[in-house]
Design a protein around this ligand. Structure first.
Ligand code: SAH
Length: 219
């Protein structure tokens, strides 16, 4: 691991514990989510220049105009996804650094994650390989189309903001399944939690959010 190379101070378990204390202060309650946040090293998912800030509660650049989400946001979205019960198959749209993917992998059966920027996807493969997770599948592609061959899913998490939720993602959700996504343009985004019911979808607006936009196609 990179821990020793980068100096124990900035990446030590104690630094991560402080981050988790902060998440609790901000209202994260789910024990297994807090445990996952404590155990997944965030510094291996950020660029070397930012490793010393990896456990601060802020988004950081990961190149290509994209960001690794703020720890609070990762924890909150994960909590919203898993709070209703165990999930077997989860689709993530927007792998980015792979950090959210690693957190999910500790909590659900299998994570299927799609990223549209090939260079980021390749880097995420390497970062996730360091953690030796056996339950993650990654794909380069347009995640707004979902991942039909691997669905339907018990959970869908979207980590980039569509102006309107793509139908494909709703279609690939199992009955009783949960979708969590920021929806809206520019700074007018709202985190939504949507549950597929027997007759349709029940949506709940949770809190304002700031994400990069969900873009069509691949790069
Ligand atoms: N969960 C990531 C967040 C990365 S930012 C992390 O914590 O690191 C959002 C990511 O969504 C970016 O990497 C961006 O390239 C990706 N993205 C945007 N539109 C997409 C699409 N249509 N399909 C797949 N990925 C997309």
């Amino acid at each position: 691991m990179n821990v020793r190379l980068r100096g124990i101070g900035m990446t030590s378990p104690r630094t991560r514990e402080r981050m988790v204390n902060r998440l609790q202060e901000l209202g994260i309650r789910h024990e297994r989510v807090l445990d996952a946040m404590l155990n997944v090293p965030r510094h291996i998912f950020v660029e070397e220049a930012f490793a010393s800030r990896a456990y601060e509660d802020m988004a950081l650049p990961i190149g290509f105009g994209q960001t690794i989400s703020q720890p609070y946001t990762v924890a909150r979205m994960t909590e919203l996804l898993v709070e209703a019960g165990p999930l077997r198959r989860v689709l993530e749209v927007g792998t980015g650094s792979g950090y959210q993917t690693a957190v999910l992998a500790r909590l659900v059966g299998t994570v299927y994650s799609v990223e549209r920027i090939q260079a980021l996807q390749e880097r995420a493969i390497r970062s996730l390989a360091d953690l030796k997770l056996g339950n993650v599948r990654l794909k380069h592609g347009d995640g707004s189309l979902g991942w039909r061959e691997c669905g339907p899913f018990d959970g869908v998490i979207v980590t980039a903001a569509p102006i309107r939720l793509p139908d494909a993602l709703l279609d690939q959700l199992n009955p009783g399944g949960v979708l969590v996504a920021p929806v809206g343009a520019g700074r007018e985004q709202m985190l939504q939690r949507i549950v597929r019911t027997d007759s349709g979808f029940a949506a709940q607006s949770v809190e304002p959010a700031v994400f990069v936009p969900l873009l069509p196609g691949t790069a």
